[in-house]
Design a protein around this ligand. Structure first.
Ligand code: SF4
Length: 400
C-alpha cells in the first residue's frame, strides 16, 4: 500500500509545535490562519491558530459534542462550525489536545489578531476570546472580493499591518526589528514555495500525493510558516515525492480520472472519502483549500507591502470572475476531468457553487462538475449515502 514516509516527521513536528506552547514563559499570539503570522513571529510570539484547533475538532469528530454548547450562548449552528466547535470546546473545557499532547486546551493568548480577508466570522470568534481572556485584539480589515488587487488596496492593508506594531511591542515586550521581519518573511516565502512544489507534484501521473494526503501535510505551512522547521519539513517531503514521481510511483497505479476538490474538506470524513475515491480509481489531485497557503507575493525586500498583497489576494477574497479564471488554470495544469464543489453549510465564504460557478466553469472548460452538500465540522449537514451515489455517478460519467 502506498505510504508517504515523511508523515512520521510531520507528526513529530506538529507534536513539538503543540507541546512548545506549554512553556508558560513564552508570549502567545492567536492569529487567523491567513493572518499576519510573520509579523507576530518577528516579535518572538508563539502563534496559535484557532482554525487549526477547529479542524482538529472536526477531524477527531468531537465537534458534534461542542457545537451545542456554543448554541446555548446564542451562536447559531448555521454559522462557521470551526467557531462553534472551538467556542463549545472552550466552554466544555475539553479538547483532543489533552488526549494527544496532554494539554488542557489551547494556550492562553497575550494578543489576538485576525484578518477578515477570509470572512467576518473570524472577527466575532476572536473577539469573543479577547473578552474571555481580557487581552487586546487587533483586526486587519482588507477590501473584500477583489478582482485584481490594486496598489491603493495594497497600501491600505500595509498601513494596517504597520499600525499593529505598537500593540505587538507592548504585549511581546520586544521592539520591532525590520530585519527580524524580513527574515521571517524570507523563511515563509521559501516554505510556501516548497509547499507549492509539493502540491504541484500531483500534476504528474501517477500522482504521488492526493488532496486527502495534502490536508494532513499542510499542518506545518499553516502553523509554522516563517520558521526554519517548516522550510526543512517541505524540503524533505518534496524530496520524497519527486523521488516517487521519478520512479513512477503514485497513490493509484492506474488513474481512471483526475478530480479537483473545490471548497472545504469534510474533516470528519477524510478517511472514508479518500477510500471511496481510491476504490473507484479516481485520483483527487488538487484543491482550492490546500492551495490557500501558497503565497507567491512574499518578498523580504518589501515585507509590509508583500505581506499585504499575499494575504489580500487569496482565493477566498477574490471576485467570481477571478476565481473562475484561477480554477480554469488549475483544471488545465492538473489535467482535471471533473470538479467536485463542496457546499459547506456553515461556510458560505469557502463555498462557490451558489452563484452558478459550476455551470459556468463547465461551459468554459468542458469539464464535468458536481455539487455535494456537507460541512467542515458539523456532520449533521453531510448526507453520506447520497454523496457517495453522486460521486460514483460522476466518476462513471467522466471515465466513460
Ligand atoms: S472561512 Fe469559513 S470556515 Fe474559515 S473561519 Fe471563516 S466561516 Fe469559518
Amino acid at each position: 500500500m502506498y505510504k508517504i514516509e515523511t508523515t512520521k516527521l510531520m507528526k513529530k513536528i506538529m507534536g513539538d509545535y503543540f507541546l512548545g506552547m506549554k512553556d508558560i514563559g513564552k508570549k502567545i499570539a492567536w492569529c487567523t490562519s491567513v493572518g499576519p503570522a510573520e509579523l507576530l513571529r518577528s516579535f518572538g510570539f508563539e502563534v496559535h491558530f484557532p482554525e487549526n484547533h477547529g479542524a482538529l475538532l472536526g477531524a477527531t469528530r468531537t465537534a458534534g459534542d461542542f457545537i451545542p454548547e456554543a448554541a446555548k450562548l446564542g451562536y447559531s449552528s448555521n454559522i462557521c462550525s470551526y467557531l462553534t466547535a472551538d467556542v463549545g470546546s472552550y466552554l466544555k473545557k475539553q479538547t483532543p489536545l489533552s488526549e494527544h499532547y496532554g494539554l488542557n486546551g489551547p494556550p492562553k493568548p497575550d494578543l489576538i489578531v485576525y484578518n477578515t480577508n477570509q470572512c467576518r466570522e473570524v472577527q466575532d470568534w476572536l473577539t469573543y476570546f479577547a473578552r474571555e481572556f481580557n487581552c487586546p485584539v487587533v483586526g486587519i480589515t482588507p477590501p473584500r472580493y477583489i478582482n485584481e488587487i490594486t496598489k491603493d488596496e495594497i497600501d491600505d492593508v500595509a498601513t494596517q499591518f504597520k499600525a499593529m506594531i505598537p500593540i505587538c511591542e507592548q504585549t511581546s515586550g520586544n521592539k520591532f526589528e525590520i530585519d527580524n521581519f524580513r527574515e521571517v518573511i524570507r523563511l515563509s516565502k521559501e516554505a510556501t514555495d516548497l509547499w507549492k512544489e509539493v502540491l504541484w507534484t500531483a500534476s504528474s501521473t501517477p500522482s504521488p500525493i492526493s488532496f486527502f494526503d495534502a490536508t494532513i501535510h499542510m499542518g506545518p505551512i499553516v502553523v509554522l510558516r516563517g520558521t526554519q522547521i517548516a522550510k526543512d519539513y517541505y524540503t524533505t517531503l518534496l524530496e520524497e515525492l519527486t523521488g516517487n514521481v521519478d520512479k513512477g510511483i503514485g497513490f493509484l497505479e492506474k488513474e481512471k480520472c483526475r478530480i479537483y476538490w473545490e471548497g472545504m474538506p469534510i474533516w470528519g470524513k477524510l478517511r472514508s472519502l479518500s477510500d471511496l475515491f481510491l476504490q473507484n480509481d479516481a485520483a483527487v489531485v488538487a484543491s482550492t483549500y490546500c492551495n490557500s497557503w501558497v503565497f507567491d507575493a512574499f518578498d523580504e525586500k518589501d515585507p509590509f507591502e508583500s505581506s499585504a498583497k499575499a494575504y489580500t489576494e487569496i482565493f477566498i477574497n477574490r471576485s467570481e470572475k477571478a476565481k473562475e479564471k484561477i480554477l480554469a488554470g488549475l483544471i488545465k495544469d492538473f489535467r482535471i476531468d471533473g470538479v467536485i464543489f463542496h457546499e459547506a453549510k456553515t461556510c458560505f465564504n469557502n463555498s462557490n457553487a451558489s452563484f452558478g460557478m459550476p455551470a459556468r466553469l463547465k461551459e468554459k472548460t468542458g469539464v464535468e462538475t458536481l455539487i455535494i452538500e456537507g460541512d467542515l465540522c458539523d456532520l449533521r449537514f453531510f448526507s453520506e449515502e447520497q454523496s457517495i451515489i453522486k460521486i460514483e455517478t460522476l466518476i462513471e460519467q467522466i471515465s466513460s
